[in-house]
Design a protein around this ligand. Structure first.
Ligand SMILES: Nc1nc2c(ncn2[C@@H]2O[C@H](COP(=O)(O)OP(=O)(O)OP(=O)(O)O)[C@@H](O)[C@H]2O)c(=O)[nH]1
Ligand SMILES: [Mg+2]
Length: 298
């Protein structure tokens, strides 16, 4: 049987469940997930296999239509630029959300790219059948080739999505080795894991404008890894929140992140976290390059 391989761009409004779906299809965490909007900041590849077909999933930052500031503009730009290179486009919609107006706008935008779309109504575990059908009706659009109703969280309906993606992949040799699951470097995944832990514990108190950088990654002969990371916040008050009383909070953050890293990297991890205030990290090209984003957009 001949090999097939191609790209699927996973797009949608912020918080729709794109990264959850990508992780579910890959079978492990390659992209972090949180209840906060704008969790994914750059284009992340997750690689899934279906028989002789390699499906390269492109997880993207949520798309919205009024990006403010440089970081938001380059994130939205990164999302749209993945559409043109893709063999297949999947639009993930949070079906539990009251309005799907943003998804309709995204459909209209995709129509301009002359591409067909697989519509994925997600979070069906949260709503009734009736409201689900109502949403499917309200999202009817000529660019939609097929509609799926899934729960990316529980995995319900995800196999149908995988089968359909595979059918849309063109004939061609695999672009990645069969054991590769992502293109995200380990240092960056480690930084993303810490960012996810911070989002989960502190999303009420902190704005999304924190950044984590892995500064050191040292491997020892016994297989252990020592990772030094810096958490950048924009204000002194935010530093206090991350550190917590007597450094208690950062200690917990570190232990949760370390546990996840040890599981994902399959080794013992020694993690050191430092918190620094850097008001203008959002205006520094270095940080955009590190995230794989264009500094000069818009
Ligand atoms: N109940 C339920 N929650 C879900 C489902 N899929 C995702 N979520 C939750 O929705 C939130 C957002 O999920 P993400 O995967 O981070 O969403 P995203 O579209 O990648 O978000 P951005 O990267 O910010 O654009 C998280 O709290 C997930 O746990 C689902 O099928 N059911
Ligand atoms: Mg995401």
């Amino acid at each position: 049987m001949s090999q097939h391989c191609g790209y699927v761009a996973i797009i949608g409004a912020p918080n729709a469940g794109k990264s959850t779906l990508v992780n579910q299809l890959v079978g492990t965490k390659v992209s972090i997930v949180s209840p906060k909007v704008q969790t994914t900041r750059n284009r992340i590849l997750g690689i899934a296999l279906e028989g002789e077909t390699q499906i390269v999933l492109v997880d993207t930052p949520g798309v919205f239509f009024d990006p403010k500031g440089r970081l938001e503009r380059s994130m939205v730009h990164a999302a749209w630029s993945s559409v043109d290179g893709a063999d297949c486009i999947a639009l993930v919609v949070d079906a539990a959300k009251k309005s799907c107006e943003d998804s309709l706008r995204i459909l209209n935008e995709i129509a301009k790219h002359h591409k067909k779309v697989l519509l994925i109504l997600n979070k069906v575990d949260l709503i009734s059948k009736d409201s689900l059908l109502r949403i499917a009706q309200s999202l009817q659009h000529p660019v939609i080739a097929e509609t799926f109703m899934i729960s990316a969280l529980s995995g319900d309906g995800v196999q149908e999505v995988r089968t359909s993606f595979a059918k849309h992949m063109p004939e061609g040799v695999w672009l990645f080795p069969d054991d590769q699951i992502s293109d995200i470097p380990m240092r960056m995944l480690a930084a993303e894991i810490t960012r996810e832990v911070i989002f989960h514990r502190l999303h009420q108190e902190l704005p999304y404008s924190i950044m984590v950088e892995t500064e050191q990654w040292e491997e020892f002969d016994n297989g252990d890894v020592k990772i030094d990371q810096v958490i950048y916040v924009q204000r002194k008050s935010q530093k206090g929140i991350v550190l917590g009383k007597g450094g208690q909070q950062v200690k917990i953050l570190g232990s949760l992140a370390r546990k996840q890293m040890s599981e994902i990297f399959e080794c013992t991890v020694h993690l050191k976290l430092l918190v620094k205030v850097k008001e203008d990290w959002m205006d520094r090209p270095h940080h955009y390059h590190m995230l794989g984003l264009d500094f000069n957009v818009g």
